[in-house]
Design a protein around this ligand. Structure first.
Ligand SMILES: Cc1cc2nc3c(=O)[nH]c(=O)nc-3n(C[C@H](O)[C@H](O)[C@H](O)COP(=O)(O)OP(=O)(O)OC[C@H]3O[C@@H](n4cnc5c(N)ncnc54)[C@H](O)[C@@H]3O)c2cc1C
Ligand code: SF4
Length: 422
């Protein structure tokens, strides 16, 4: 594979979230070969698991589908899913990149008919719903998945169930003997778009996440509100499925805290304001409380903040909760907080508490497999003094919303093209 390629005309993009997708289509539309490497079985990253986008509150599938169409129509883009970059060697203009491709056990003949799923017996936790629901061991990652192709869970491989799944496919698409493989490709530049991961809120012991079922993170809230989520879009308590009426959002859960993430994650205030509208739109008698240090809604987002704030069902309380507890009998969650504007300590019960978890760069957990890449203290890829030809983009560079991420991706492509021409 390596020999057949012209590295000076090839850009490798690692990560198929909105940053990687944008970079891939921009590079290909500028005439470059693109190899887009995504770890999961589908493209779209975190955004695909969201209910709506702020500030317009439109579903993310529209924007993603436009990118998928651009990919489908561009023969210069090669998409590799369930794949990860293992090593990057060489130099700007001439890198050799090793990629590990994990078996999907389903080939490109898959029509998405779902017969394999009907033959499966075993259920596994649904990754897409953060484990709040299950899927069969032969599953489609989600109904808008690109590529629209089933996956067989490795748990059943080698069992009679796997044979039944294979036999159920009329198109010869299921290959239970598919093996992991390693490939090498050449590229003139590498755009690293591995994105972000929510801060592990269970590390904030006094908030009880992981211990209490009705204390959830903001990414889980996206699934609770999604029509293709575990409660079909009716925001409900994970403990008992009861519809939520009274909700609290706790800002800076992990962010702006020297013991956790010392920086502001920049989008979680807007995410909570957006998620408040999810409940307000569903329940006329909803009550929303937002506990905050200060609300970060910069630039054009100020108008969105004002709009949500003016809803009389929304209460903003300046104060960082010191403790959260859940009553095991009722599932009600109590938040204790000192209101900094009145000096009073509040103790109040809610159906559900959403922790606005901060965003940590994926590169804080898994470094780019090349020697000499420079990171800041938090694991973000820095631009200055970086290895030429390896370009960090999107939330690997800083916490950012979708529109900033897309702009970043376009700028990264220009740098990648310059690197290819070295
Ligand atoms: C609760 C919440 C709500 C939000 N809501 C909004 C909103 O309404 N509007 C808005 O503009 N922004 C919103 N954001 C921000 C938005 O999620 C980000 O801007 C966006 O996800 C950034 O995209 P990305 O491609 O950089 O990262 P990701 O979405 O994280 O994508 C990274 C991709 O890389 C893949 N990957 C990771 N590691 C590897 C590897 N080693 N090899 C190959 N692939 C890899 C991942 O599987 C993933 O597909 C929200 C953020 C939060 C926390
Ligand atoms: S965006 Fe808001 S919630 Fe997130 S870290 Fe910054 S101030 Fe805290």
């Amino acid at each position: 594979m390596a020999d057949a390629q012209d590295s000076a005309r090839t850009i490798l993009v690692a990560g198929g979230g909105i940053a990687g997708l944008s970079a891939a289509v921009e590079a290909a539309e500028a005439g470059f070969q693109v190899i887009l490497v995504e770890r999961e079985p589908y493209l779209g990253g975190r955004v695909a698991r969201m209910n709506k986008y702020f500030p317009k509150l439109c579903p993310p599938q529209c924007g993603l589908e436009i990118n998928f169409r651009r990919i489908r129509n561009n023969p210069l883009i090669q998409v590799m899913t369930m794949a990860e970059v293992e090593k990057i060697e060489g130099e700007s203009g001439d890198f050799t990149v090793g990629i590990r491709v994990n078996p999907r056990y389903v080939n490109e003949k898959c029509t998405g008919c779902g017969k394999c799923s009907e033959a499966a017996q075993t259920s596994i936790p649904n990754f897409f719903d953060y484990g709040m629901s299950t899927v069969k061991a032969a599953y489609l990652p989600h109904e808008f998945a690109y590529p629209m192709r089933y996956v067989i869970a490795p748990q059943v491989i080698g069992t009679p169930e796997a044979q039944a799944i294979e036999a159920a496919c009329e198109y010869g698409a299921v290959e239970t003997d598919m093996a992991q493989k390693s490939v090498e490709v050449k590229a003139g530049a590498v755009i690293w778009a591995a994105g972000w991961t929510p801060y592990d809120i269970s590390a904030i012991a006094y908030y009880g996440a992981g211990k209490y079922r009705n204390v959830v993170s903001n990414v889980v809230m996206e699934r609770l509100a999604s029509v293709n989520g575990p409660f079909k879009g009716i925001i409900s308590r994970p403990s008992d499925g009861k519809a939520v009426k009274k909700i609290a959002f706790v800002q800076c859960a992990g962010s702006r805290d020297e013991n956790h993430l010392a920086y502001c994650s920049s989008v979680c205030c807007l995410a909570s304001l957006k998620q408040a509208t999810y409940l307000l739109d569903q329940q006329a008698d909803a009550e929303v409380s937002i506990f905050y240090i200060d609300i970060r809604a910069l630039g054009r987002q100020e108008a969105f903040f004002e709009k949500v704030r003016q809803d009389e069902r929304v209460r903003l309380v300046k104060g960082k909760p010191g403790e959260i507890t859940e009553d095991p009998a009722t599932g009600m969650v109590t938040v204790q907080v000192e209101d900094q504007q009145t000096g009073k300590t509040l103790r109040e019960q809610f159906d559900l508490v959403v922790l606005a978890a901060g965003m940590a760069p994926a590169t804080s957990q898994q470094k780019i497999p090349a020697s000499g890449v420079v990171y800041d203290d938090f694991g973000f890829v820095v631009s200055k003094g970086q290895i030429p030809g390896i370009i960090g983009v999107g939330c690997d560079r800083r916490p950012a919303d979708v529109s900033s991420t897309v702009q970043d991706a376009t700028a990264a492509v220009l740098k990648a093209i310059q690197a290819c021409r070295r």
